[in-house]
Design a protein around this ligand. Sequence first.
Ligand code: PAF
Length: 269
Amino acid sequence: MEVIKSTEEIKSINFDSPFALVPTMGNLHKGHLSLVKYGIENYSEVITSIFINPLQFGKNEDFSSYPKTISQDIQLLESLGCNYLFIPEKNFAENLNIIEPKFSDVLCGLSRPTHFQGVLTIIDKFLRIIKPNACLFGLKDYQQQLIIKEFVKRKKIKTDIISLPIVREKFGLAMSSRNNYLSDEDKKFCGKIYSCIKKLAASLKTTSLEVLKSEAKDFLQNAGFEIDYLEIVDANNLSSVSKNTDKVLIATAVIYKKVRLIDNIVVSL
Ligand code: PAF
C-alpha cells in the first residue's frame, strides 16, 4: 500500500478506474474495514483517507483526545489489500468555504449544530481533489450519508455515494471509534441500545409512534443512559412520518459514561 501525505501528490495519481474512496478519521474498526473490503471487491482500486477533521468537532467535544492508532491502521489496511492511504497535511481543513448542508437541523444536528457543515466541507474537498467513482460510508451515521447523498446529487458531482450496513459488536452495540472509551463490560451493557430500537421496530405497525418513543426513552433512561434524542422520522428526508412515508428511520443518540453513542434502524413500511 502506498502512503501519501500530500494533497499535490494525491492529485497527480492516475488511479485505475473505477476506484473508491473510504474517508475515515482513523482508529479503524470492523465497520471501516467492511467498507474497505467492499471497495476492494467492487472497484479496481481503493484509497482510504485518515484525517481527524477539526471542522466537525464542537468546542467541548473530543477533537484533541480523539483516538489515534496510525501504525495499527496501516497494518490493517495492508492486510486487506488497500491500494493507497492518504493522510492529508495538518492544514487540509484551513481556508475552506463552509458548506451549508440540508437535513442538518434535526437529530444529531440539534446538539451538534456545526458538525455536518464540517463533515460536508471536508468531504467536498476530498471529492474535488480525488474525484473517486464511488465514496463509501457506513449507515451508522445515517444522517451523515443522507446529507452527503443529497449534496452530491444537488451539485451533480459524479461520485456514487454508497452506504453500507452497520457492523456491530458481539452484543449489538454499533461499531464506533468512540467505543474505545468503554470497557468490554460497558460495551455488553450498551447492547441494550440496539435491543431497544429493535423492539421498537417490531411494534411499529401496531402501536402509535408517540407511545413507542416514550416507552423506548423510559427504558433507556431507567437503564442508565442519558438521552440526547430518540426519534422516528421519514428515512428519505428526516421529516415527520406522514401518509406518504415508505420507510422510517428509528434513530437515537445517548450518552453513557460521558461517551456519546448513536444507532439506528431503517424499516420499510
Ligand atoms: O464518519 C467519519 O468518520 C467522518 O465524519 C468523515 C466522513 C471521515 C468525515 O471527516
